[in-house]
Design a protein around this ligand. Structure first.
Ligand SMILES: [Zn+2]
Ligand SMILES: [Zn+2]
Length: 102
C-alpha cells in the first residue's frame, strides 16, 4: 500500500519520457505555445486520472516483465491530448520503457 502511495505522490512519475522528449523538441523549434499547453496537459486532472486508471488496471505491474518498481505510463499511441484513451497507454517499468523507445 505504501508503495502505491509513493507512486501516486512522486512527481518523478508525472512525466512519461515521451512527453519530456516532446517538450525538448518544442524547445528546439521554439513552439512555446504548444510546449506550454503540454505542461498543462501533464498537470491536468484528465491525464492524472487516465494514468492512474492504467496503473490500477495493470495492477501496478509492468505489462512486459511484471516488475512493480519504477513504473511509468507510456503512450503507445498518440492522439489529440485530451482525447487520449486508456487503451493508448501501457504500464511499463523504467527499463522496459527504455527498450520500448530504442
Ligand atoms: Zn518491465
Ligand atoms: Zn514512452
Amino acid at each position: 500500500m505504501n508503495e502505491i502511495f509513493n507512486i501516486r505522490n512522486s512527481f518523478e512519475y508525472l512525466l512519461d519520457p515521451d512527453e519530456e522528449l516532446e517538450i525538448l523538441n518544442d524547445f528546439a523549434s521554439k513552439k512555446e505555445e504548444r510546449q506550454e499547453g503540454y505542461f498543462e496537459y501533464l498537470g491536468s486532472d484528465y491525464w492524472q486520472e487516465l494514468r492512474q486508471k492504467r496503473l490500477e488496471q495493470d495492477n501496478y505491474e509492468c505489462a512486459r516483465c511484471g516488475s512493480k518498481r519504477c513504473l511509468q505510463v507510456h503512450h503507445h499511441f498518440y492522439r489529440n491530448r485530451y482525447q487520449t484513451q486508456l487503451s493508448d497507454l501501457i504500464t511499463l517499468c523504467e527499463s522496459c520503457h527504455e527498450s520500448e523507445h530504442r
